[in-house]
Design a protein around this ligand. Structure first.
Ligand code: SAM
Length: 243
């Protein structure tokens, strides 16, 4: 059965992502923010999915909320972190009460925006949800990363009792990566097809600038050094100007 992205996948997502370094990413985000004068305050995990990058913030005593488009992913997040406020919404139209001092996003959630105009719209919404001086920190896959995501174009294996076989292709004509994610569990099998669009440092800088951000840096993990054009995944750090 072929399904909408991030629906059936929600129930097996955490098993497949068990080895992802969410805690290290959270530490990197906080280090990057503190180095740029962040003084704490409310944080928003954008594209929080099942809450895997929300939890390390909770564990560090940070007041964090999450936003995601997928009710199925949010259902898992809410069951894991009942004390956290999770909001259902689209990056491009989100309207979450109050403002944040930090908005962050991990694991290429923003690559799901398939047009630069969509990314700019989302960046404007983030800008409007930040306090003056607030920071937006996120990772994205670049063209180098999405052209050659996995060796042999395939990720396959067992995660607990889930068998997964994910096949990746990159369409040079549209510059879109396509992942056909097949999963099989005791209760059945399904396939979700996901698309990602790459974002490279010069374009990211232009989009964030057009959305009103300043102090824009595109860096690599974990060094925090300026990203080079051959980086497969980069992190952007940008600031809403002080009032
Ligand atoms: C690869 S998952 C990452 C989830 C989580 N950040 C993590 O690291 O595990 C991407 C997430 O982005 C969400 N997403 C994709 N497009 C979105 C959009 N336009 N608005 C809001 N959420 C979106 C999906 O529902 C999914 O939960």
């Amino acid at each position: 059965m072929r399904l909408t992205p991030f629906t059936a996948l929600a129930d097996v997502y955490d098993a497949i992502m068990a080895d992802v370094e969410y805690d290290e990413w959270a530490a990197f985000i906080l280090r990057s923010a503190l180095e740029r004068g962040w003084g704490g305050g409310r944080a928003l995990d954008l594209g929080c999915g099942t809450g895997n990058a929300t939890r390390p913030m909770v564990d560090r005593g940070i007041e964090v909320e999450g936003l995601d488009a997928s009710e199925a992913m949010l259902r898992v997040a809410r069951s894991k972190l009942p004390q956290v406020r999770f909001h259902q919404g689209d990056f491009r139209t989100m309207a979450v009460p109050g403002c944040f001092s930090l908005v962050y996003s991990v694991f290429d959630a923003l690559n799901n925006l398939l047009r630069a105009a969509d990314f700019e719209e989302a960046a404007r919404r983030v800008h409007d949800h930040l306090l003056p001086d607030g920071l937006f920190i996120f990772d994205v896959n670049t063209t180098v990363g999405l052209r050659d995501l996995w060796e042999g174009g395939k990720a396959e294996g067992w995660a607990d009792d889930v068998y997964y076989r994910w096949v990746h292709t990159f369409d040079e004509a549209t510059s879109l990566a396509r992942v056909e994610a097949f999963c099989e569990t005791e209760t059945g099998a399904f396939t979700e097809v996901h698309y990602e669009r790459p974002y490279d440092p010069p374009e990211l800088t232009a989009i964030l600038g057009a959305a009103g951000f300043v102090d824009i840096e595109v860096v690599t993990y974990p060094s925090g050094a300026r990203a080079t054009l051959d980086a497969a995944r980069v992190w952007a750090v940008a600031r809403r100007p002080a009032a």
